[in-house]
Design a protein around this ligand. Sequence first.
Ligand code: HEC
Length: 180
Amino acid sequence: MIQGTHVHALDVVFLKRFSLLLAFLAAVGVGLILAAHHLNATMAHPADPTITRNTDNRIAPIGEVYAGATGAAQQAAAAQAAQAAAAANVPFGGRTDGAEIFNNGPCTACHTGGVGGAPKLDATGIGARVASQGIDELIKKAIAGFTGSTGTMPPRGGVAGLTDDQIKATVEYMVAQSKK
Ligand code: HEC
């Protein structure tokens, strides 16, 4: 019993002191919280760069974000359309078949019958001209057009869409025919 009482008394003392200690620590804790709160309120807060970036992204104009892609798509479509139009505008689908171009194109109208002084596809016509000037000169003049002593040869026979290669092939055909 005596020992029990003794222990009980010690317990009470311990509890009192421990309670005081707890109260003191609690007070320190509250003090720290208040101090931290105060410090936080007085400190300057630099903007969080991540938040700033996210905000900028969020309020960035949508048009600007998509302008690049839209412009590129439009350019690609325009380029494709231009290419398709060019292909459609090149006579004979761009083929360089001299016989086809001469007979189905503008050339035959003048050169088969010698209309307007156009040299025919024979020895005295184109044959004589290639002999005196050489085929490269004939090609050059057929492309550029010229007015000579017998009449006027329109540039590319009047069909501007004919390519240099097509005129070259046609003149080569005319020269070959004139030798037959
Ligand atoms: C409207 C009529 C006409 C048409 C169409 C025409 N030519 Fe001619 N061409 C002429 C005449 C006229 C000359 C001769 C001009 C002269 O020497 O005075 C000539 C000359 C030429 C010559 C000779 C050039 C030289 O240096 O002597 C060549 C090559 C020729 N034409 C190629 C062509 C070809 C290729 C075509 C078709 C793409 C064509 N021509 C369509 C009227 C025409």
